[in-house]
Structure formats: C-alpha cells, structure tokens
Design a protein around this ligand. Sequence first.
Ligand code: IDP
Ligand code: MG
Length: 148
Amino acid sequence: MQTTYIMIKPDGVQRGLVGEIITRFENKGLRLVGLRQLIPSSKVAEEHYAIHKDRPFYSGLIKFITSGPVVAMAWTGVEAIKVARNIIGPTNGREASPGTIRGDLAMDIGHNIIHGSDGEETAKFELELWFPNGLSEWRRDAESQIYE
Ligand code: IDP
Ligand code: MG
C-alpha cells in the first residue's frame, strides 16, 4: 500500500469541483486518510514547490496556490501514487486525455485544478508538510472486494 498527497488547487475549489474530484478517487477504490481545507501560507507553498524555484513560472505559481482555499487530501491504495497520477492526467489540461481529471475539466497548464505526488519520496515529504498532525488509520471494508 502507498499513500499519496493530492491537492485540489484554488481554481478547482472556486469552480465547485471538490465533490466531483473526490468522487473520482473514491470510486476508483482509493481510501481517504486525510482531508483538510486551508488557504496555504507562502511558507508552506514555497516548500511544497521548492523544486520549481528557479523556473520562470515559480512566483506566479506561489501567488496562485496561496490565492484562496485548497483541499489537501491523502489517499491510500496499492500503487496509489501512480494510480492517482493516471486519474489526474498530464500537466497541460489541453493535452490531457478525456477521462482524466485535467482532460475533462482543465484548459490550462498553470490552472490545472489538481496536484498529485510524483514519487514515494515526494509523497512522504508532501504528506508531512500538509498533514503535520498525521493521517487517519482505518480500513475500508470494501477493500475486500476492490482487491483480489
Ligand atoms: P504536475 O503538477 O503535473 O506534476 P509539474 O511539472 O510538477 O506538474 O509542475 C507543477 C505545477 O506548476 C503544475 O501543476 C502547474 O500548475 C505549474 N506549471 C508547470 N509548468 C508550468 C508552465 O509552463 N507555466 C505555468 N505553470 C506551470
Ligand atoms: Mg509535479
């Protein structure tokens, strides 16, 4: 089992897509183990996107992500990091395939609705950053049907 950090960005919250997005992860069979809405501080946003700090879009990205509430989530499942990235689709909404969140709901590269961790190390770092008080430990009864 892996746990991945997923975040609905301010555009997704403003557009009223929170329910739609959570439904996709829940229906897939992932288990929600953390959920909070907050307006990110610059400090947390800068740490989260530190890897991009030398990119030309960095300051705009920090401004965007701190501009309003985000929905921070942690989802658990077998290969959850890859599964979630597949549900989300590639960065540019215009190039993302229909069926993915970005392919169905986004038209932009910056305003692309949602973030998902890209590997085990980043997932661990991001989960500790956004959920300093830890995650819920529980097991979905449906997992006996979701997994063989
Ligand atoms: P990802 O979210 O698909 O993993 P990354 O390359 O890690 O994409 O970039 C992080 C975020 O930075 C993207 O989701 C997007 O919001 C923003 N971003 C990436 N590339 C650009 C760009 O060329 N212009 C504006 N924003 C960008
Ligand atoms: Mg990324």
